[in-house]
Design a protein around this ligand. Structure first.
Ligand code: SAH
Ligand code: SF4
Ligand code: F3S
Length: 456
């Protein structure tokens, strides 16, 4: 039975999701989209929506600020139609919580990671009752399973959460506070979701967690290790590519290292955030590995899989980082030869241990170090891309390339190492198909190729 208020909106609710932050937020947004669509809601352009869902990131100050400026922009839609409202989720929501209501009265739902599973029902209630506000900020003591959409096709690339939260408390990082303690999802549920995605058309799966290498090592695990989980998923028929992110170097098991040589669908790529090349800084960051151990892991990985593409995250200007420490980081980067890296200026986050540390590095010095580091990375990226020229590789097509010349249709995809490859083909739609491509040119951040043979 619908109540009177629900009858006021007999039409399909038009929603728009805006995502900031890491792939876990992207995956949450995808799930939410499917779940709302399965309830008869319609995804629409920003200017046309009645309900906005914003998933936020507070890992550094900059992404946090973006949320506030976005809410300022969305206010214009509320001014136009007072029934319009906003739901704010993710890490800033967890951190700021109901304070959002005071600053932005049109925010009628705040939800944290563990609340995501209940968002669709909460949004329905909010649409039905304009006087209501809802907050879903409690941490649960288990991984909250989400309803799985029954049917419908999915894209070739799909993401699967295998855990939530983080127990590492690196001294600079807010994530353990915003995402809560580590909670592994039951292996059976993960494998079942992977199988269902494959049946709906997925060909590549990316397993997600803040530290996938410690999957199963918390009290919520069912005894399955990350290496076992990889083995079970890699065995699903039809899976072309398996990837995972993010890995903490201290927890990578020898069985995961050797999996790179042993599981044919496991892509030869690994994002292994090093953060710094200086032992003193690594210690102050609470990372619990040394430079030497990181480099040994890299050697082991290359022994298991000689062509593995390694990428990383680096923070410059951590409190107390000297010029010498910074040079150690540059030196480590050269030694490993990262294909690419995400690098950041250290940013104070409220409540983390590093916030209270002495010897903060001045902003201009952090900027100087970041520029040097990024220039080195750009050179290394260009070199490793140039080394691909002349080779043949399999590319999973993600869609049309932004680079179009009016005469040919250009497609964009990735090789097994995660490198972006653009190539032209007259085929009507190659999205989600695999193609053999010969690499003919290297650009700053991508490769250009020529298609060989038939897509599959
Ligand atoms: N769980 C992942 C990383 C999550 S945050 C891991 O451990 O690898 C993504 C990246 O943001 C981190 O790897 C780190 O490089 C960066 N980061 C986190 N906190 C930061 C801070 N306070 N200042 C600058 N960069 C930070
Ligand atoms: Fe943050 Fe460290 Fe956890 Fe990564 S492992 S999310 S950097 S605390
Ligand atoms: Fe950002 Fe939270 Fe992800 S702080 S990086 S959205 S875990």
């Amino acid at each position: 039975m619908r109540n009177a208020k629900q009858r006021r909106r007999p039409f399909s609710v038009r929603f728009h999701i805006l995502t900031f932050g890491c792939q876990m937020n992207v995956a949450d947004g995808d799930w939410l989209t499917q779940s709302l669509v399965s309830r008869g809601w319609t995804e629409t352009a920003e200017s046309d929506a009645q309900v906005y869902v914003v998933t936020t990131c507070s890992v550094r100050e900059k992404p946090e600020q973006k949320v506030y400026s976005l809410l300022g922009r969305l206010k214009a839609y509320v001014d136009r139609d007072p029934d319009v409202f906003v739901a704010v989720g993710g890490c800033v929501a967890q951190q700021i919580g109901e304070e959002f209501w005071n600053r932005f009265p049109f925010v009628r739902l705040v939800f944290g990671t563990d609340g995501t599973a209940m968002v669709p029902q909460a949004l329905e209630r909010l649409v039905a009752d304009p006087a209501l506000r809802v907050s879903l900020l409690d941490f649960l003591d288990h991984y909250p399973e989400r309803e799985q959409p029954e049917g419908g096709a999915v894209q070739a690339q799909a993401f699967v959460n295998i855990m939530q939260g983080c127990d590492n408390f690196c001294t600079y990082c807010i994530v353990p506070f915003t995402r809560g303690r580590q909670k592994s999802r039951a292996a059976g549920a993960v494998v079942a979701e992977c199988e269902a995605l494959m049946q709906r058309g997925a060909r590549e799966l990316t397993l997600l967690g803040q530290n996938v290498n410690s999957y199963g090592q918390d009290k919520h695990g069912d005894g399955t290790s990350f290496a076992d989980l990889l083995g079970r998923i890699a065995a699903i028929p039809g899976l072309l590519r398996l990837k995972f992110t993010t890995s903490h170097p201290k927890d990578i098991a020898p069985e995961v290292v050797t999996a790179f040589g042993a599981l044919p669908s496991l892509c030869p790529q690994l994002h292994l955030p090093v953060q710094s090349g200086s032992d003193a800084v690594l210690k102050a960051m609470g990372r619990k590995y040394t430079r030497a151990r990181y480099l040994q892991t890299v050697r082991d990985l290359r022994q298991a899989c000689p062509h593995i593409a390694l990428t990383t995250d680096i923070i410059v200007g951590f409190p107390g980082e000297t010029v010498r420490d910074f040079e150690d980081t540059l030196e480590l980067m050269r030694e490993v030869g990262f294909e690419s890296s995400f690098s950041f200026k250290y940013s104070d986050r409220p409540g983390v241990r590093a916030e209270k540390m002495d010897f903060k590095v001045p902003e201009e010095e952090k900027a100087r170090r970041l520029a040097i580091l990024q220039e080195l990375q750009d050179r290394m990226t260009l070199e490793s891309l140039a080394a691909q020229v002349g080779s043949e590789t399999d590319v999973l097509v993600e869609g049309q390339s932004r680079m179009q010349d009016g005469e040919h249709v250009f497609w964009r995809g990735r090789d097994g190492g995660g490198r972006i490859v653009n190539f032209s083909s007259p085929a009507p739609d190659l999205t989600g198909r695999m193609v053999r491509v010969r690499i003919v040119d290297a650009k700053k951040h991508s490769l250009t190729g020529e298609i060989r043979g038939e897509p599959w």
